[in-house]
Design a binder for this molecule. Sequence first.
Ligand SMILES: [Ca+2]
Ligand SMILES: [Ca+2]
Length: 124
Amino acid sequence: MRAQRFRSRVGFGTAVATTATRTVTWNGSLAAGASVTITISATINGSATPGATISNQGMAHYDPDLNGTNDASALTDDPSAPGAADPTTFTVLGGAKVPALSPLALLLLSVCISAAAIVALRTS
Ligand SMILES: [Ca+2]
Ligand SMILES: [Ca+2]
């Protein structure tokens, strides 16, 4: 994935994409009971192999004892998988095939176009 295309849509806190470690971090404060939705837009490299599995998982670090230091963490969960801390995964699909003519068909097409051009020039 190209993390360079990352942009924060959270609206508060600080979001950073680090391509070298393929991570995105967001740091901000939330009131008790509040929630935040973090949206990450990413593009799969064109060289990705069809059938390959891409996996993504987040981790939240938090301060359960409210002493100002994050000393606990929790993994995100894909709700469609049965476990409680599953990464979200998906499979890379194959690219669309672009129809193309064979070399012989291209040769025949160029001959036909040339013949049509000659006929057009002689009749004009
Ligand atoms: Ca703490
Ligand atoms: Ca799950």
